[in-house]
Design a protein around this ligand. Structure first.
Ligand code: S3P
Length: 164
């Protein structure tokens, strides 16, 4: 990989990653899309059949298999939940960029899209708790943090490019 994007659901990792792929003419790899391609199921369906841990194990295999390929990688927001994944990302020789916004602006984007199993099953308070727990994990792994509030995806992609 040339760069790996991490951050909470709704941070814009996929949108920014696709833009980066266009700007750099590199392949775009998204861990969620790779899981869908491999299993033929959406994250929601996988959560419903094998649970969150089953999904995390698939995520780990996909991360491991693709880390050394060339491209721009966007990860699922929960990639930092497994210690093994945190280690893989920490040891990655390429920049790991944390796209970070305010809880307010992130939730605004999330509620417009009801496809995420993690959001569907949680109250706003529970989501805020998850946010708190995960922030430390993203920060502990990232080589750079880019703030996304009030920026377009293109502006964020241009900032990421400066760190590649
Ligand atoms: C998840 C985030 C999702 C997807 C799955 C679980 C999470 O990816 O991997 O629904 O636990 O945060 P996005 O961050 O791309 O929404």
């Amino acid at each position: 990989m040339k760069v790996i994007l991490i951050g909470f659901m709704g941070a814009g990792k996929t949108t920014v990653g696709q833009l980066l792929a266009e700007k750099t003419a590199l392949p775009f790899l998204d861990t969620d899309q790779l899981i869908v391609k491999q299993t033929g199921q959406s994250p929601g369906e996988i959560f419903a059949t094998v649970g969150e841990l089953g999904f995390r194990q698939l995520e780990q295999t996909i991360l491991q298999e693709n880390l050394t390929k060339s491209g721009i990688m966007a990860t699922g927001g929960g990639i930092i939940e497994l210690e093994q994944n945190r280690q893989l990302l920490k040891n990655s020789p390429v920049p790991v960029i944390y796209l970070s916004g305010s809880f307010g602006q992130t939730v605004e984007r999330l509620v417009k899209d009801n496809t995420r199993p993690i959001v569907r099953n949680k109250s706003l308070l529970e989501l805020a708790e998850l946010w708190e727990q995960r922030l430390k994990k993203y920060s502990g792994i990232a080589t750079e943090v880019i703030y996304t509030d009030n920026k377009t995806a293109d502006q964020v992609a241009e900032e990421v490019l400066q760190h590649m």
